[in-house]
Design a protein around this ligand. Structure first.
Ligand code: ADP
Ligand code: ADP
Length: 229
């Protein structure tokens, strides 16, 4: 069974005569543990598609399923996903540990379990020595790792990345890209990563979807997509 399946997915914004179709029937299957990158020009519908997978946007037609369950039929609390955005807002008054633990405390997990999950995330992200610091005492790259840590500790079935690197300078972008690769190598969580940057797509993707104007133009490994005659 595919980890994520999209069948004839459509989206239009607005109603009646003013309705604007932006996704025109997208079909795709994402395998368990796969890292799939969705690439395409600004406005082609990448973010809309990702938000529909996250259940943050209503779908106008077709079906999206995660782990065999239809997204629209699940309560938000059952959606076992974590989304990583461009803008990582940390709680300034909380330590790194508390920033990562916050969502788990809200969810009522026992403290031993919280500590274990935060420690594991801190090890993977090399934040172990920084757990008692406040966000203002961290570099930009470290802050961003804390934000990723918050997503990891949820132990989601799926990671959704919405252009998480696009606001960073070139050095930090390259560094964070490597961290995301390392993260995936270690955890093997099924990931959907949206970008308009072909270098990111080529370096991160197991397979990629090339979108244009609300449709899939190509789907395949980076080699297949870029070396096609
Ligand atoms: P991308 O992520 O590829 O840049 P988007 O999914 O953000 O593309 O947008 C796809 C199209 O849908 C664009 O034409 C955009 O203007 C339109 N769009 C996005 N969000 C909304 C919205 N909330 N209401 C109306 N139109 C929207
Ligand atoms: P609360 O509203 O109690 O503060 P949360 O903000 O933790 O709860 O979560 C509200 C809903 O949003 C939950 O269903 C949760 O699964 C979802 N959610 C929270 N954070 C994320 C995230 N980073 N990615 C995807 N879904 C999230």
């Amino acid at each position: 069974m595919a980890a994520i399946s999209l069948r004839a997915v459509r989206k239009r914004y607005g109603r009646g005569a003013k309705a604007t179709p932006v996704i025109h029937g997208v079909d795709a299957e994402i395998a368990d543990g796969e890292f799939l990158v969705i690439v395409g020009p600004s406005g082609c519908g990448k973010s809309t598609l990702l938000r529909m997978v996250a259940g943050l946007e209503e779908i106008s037609g077709g079906e999206i399923a995660i782990g065999g369950r239809v997204v629209n039929e699940m309560a938000p609390s059952e959606r076992d996903i974590a989304m990583v955005f461009q803008n990582y807002a940390l709680y300034p008054h909380m330590s790194v540990f508390d920033n990562m633990a916050y969502g788990l405390r809200i969810a009522g997990l026992p403290i031993a379990e919280i500590r274990q999950r935060v420690d594991k995330a801190a090890r993977i992200l090399e934040l172990g020595a920084l757990l008692q610091r406040r966000p203002r005492e961290l570099s930009g790259g470290q802050r961003q790792r804390v934000a990723m840590g918050r997503a990891i500790v949820r132990q989601p079935q799926v990671f959704l990345f919405d252009e998480p690197l696009s606001n960073l300078d070139a050095k930090l972008r390259a560094q964070t890209r490597l961290e995301i690769q390392k993260l995936h190598a270690e955890l093997r969580v099924t990931s959907l990563f949206v970008t308009h940057d072909q270098v990111e797509a080529m370096t991160l993707a197991h397979r990629m979807i090339v979108m244009n104007a609300g449709r899939i133009e190509q789907i395949g490994t980076p080699e297949e997509v870029y070396r096609r005659p």
